[in-house]
Design a protein around this ligand. Structure first.
Ligand SMILES: *Cc1c(COP(=O)(O)O)cnc(C)c1O
Length: 320
């Protein structure tokens, strides 16, 4: 489709607004990419300015004074940090082990599949049996490997900045709602408050979704092989990989060793984020502190040749 950057569209001959009239309430590229994402996850999708923008919108939609939200411990560190900003408005945030049952009194249960960077898979059955509203951040799994709406979730959240976009060139978030009426309410809230996704990144996401499947197949195959080889490496203490998608993490002896390894790779960039066609690796301790082991390295596997990646990694691990 051609990209339409208009912020306004004329009313019809009777002076009535058409489907598009003011960009904050909707625009063609946004509607098109929401249709595509909705099909992938089996629900009704809405795009936001970033993954955290999507989290903010869901928090505003689902929480009020006195509400409590239980977040899977080890989920993306920005999620709990972001949700805690709502404590000022009387919201309670607790963390729990998402491999077990959520706290009984939680109004909202927030899972992540698999968690970033500990790569743990949540207990969907226990969350589905819980009375609360269930949100699943499925950024790392992507809809190709896990469809949370079919496993009891009410909402799926994506940082579309990662695998869905795949090229490290757009910042976007998505929410896919199980129910049409929830999507309508969230759409009204989004248009009213303005946490919207602009046409350009939505148009680029449409481009990216065309290659999502081939990228995921290749990234999964390469990550599996690297995880297997890392398991056998003498300097690696533990490898975490759920068996799908392109993200893995592993531990070397300590924080200093992790720093030596991350700056020593040549092909793999020492950079944050994940999900791109080029591989990235970083020590997560710099961002997350003692939530995670100090020697943890997070590797986002791109589309490069597996042997080239392994020789780069193996050379860097000599310094561990
Ligand atoms: C990056 C990330 C987010 C936040 O998304 P942004 O697009 O950076 O705002 C949320 N959840 C997970 C799992 C992420 O990796």
């Amino acid at each position: 489709m051609t990209l339409d950057r208009s912020t306004i569209w004329p009313y019809d001959e009777r002076g009535e607004p058409q489907e598009f009239f003011y960009q904050r309430y909707g625009h063609p590229a946004g509607v098109e990419v929401e249709r595509a994402l909705g099909v992938l996850d089996g629900g009704h999708a809405l795009l936001f300015a970033s993954g955290m923008g999507a989290t903010t919108a869901l928090a505003l939609a689902l929480l009020g004074p006195g509400a409590s939200i239980a977040v899977g411990a080890g989920a993306y560190f920005g999620t709990a940090r972001g949700l805690r900003t709502f404590e000022r408005w009387g919201v309670t945030v607790v963390e729990f082990d998402q491999k077990g049952a959520p706290p009984a009194d939680a109004d909202v249960v927030w899972l992540e599949v698999p968690s970033n960077p500990l790569l743990e898979v949540p207990n969907f059955e226990a969350a589905a049996a819980h009375r609360g509203t269930v949100v699943v951040d499925s950024t790392v799994a992507t809809p190709l490997h896990v469809r949370p709406l079919e496993r009891g979730a009410d909402y799926v959240l994506h940082s579309a900045t990662k695998y869905l976009s795949g090229h490290d060139d757009i910042l976007l978030g998505g929410v896919v709602c199980k129910r049409e009426e929830d999507a309508a309410a969230l759409r009204t809230l989004r248009g009213t408050l303005g946490i919207v996704a602009a046409p350009d990144p939505c148009w680029l996401l449409l481009r990216s979704l065309k290659t999502l499947r081939v990228r995921q197949e290749r990234q999964t195959a390469t990550a599996r092989e690297l995880a297997r080889r890392l398991e056998e490496h003498a300097s690696v203490r533990v490898v975490r990989y759920p068996g799908y998608s392109g993200l893995l993490s592993f531990d070397v002896a300590d924080g200093d060793a992790a720093r030596r390894v991350e700056v020593a790779t040549r092909k793999i960039r020492n950079a944050t984020s994940l999900g791109g066609v080029e591989s990235n690796m970083e020590s997560r301790h710099r961002w997350e502190g003692d939530r995670i082991p100090s020697g943890l390295l997070r590797l986002s596997v791109g589309l490069e040749d597996v042997e080239e990646l392994w020789s780069d990694l193996a050379a860097a691990l000599e310094l561990a």
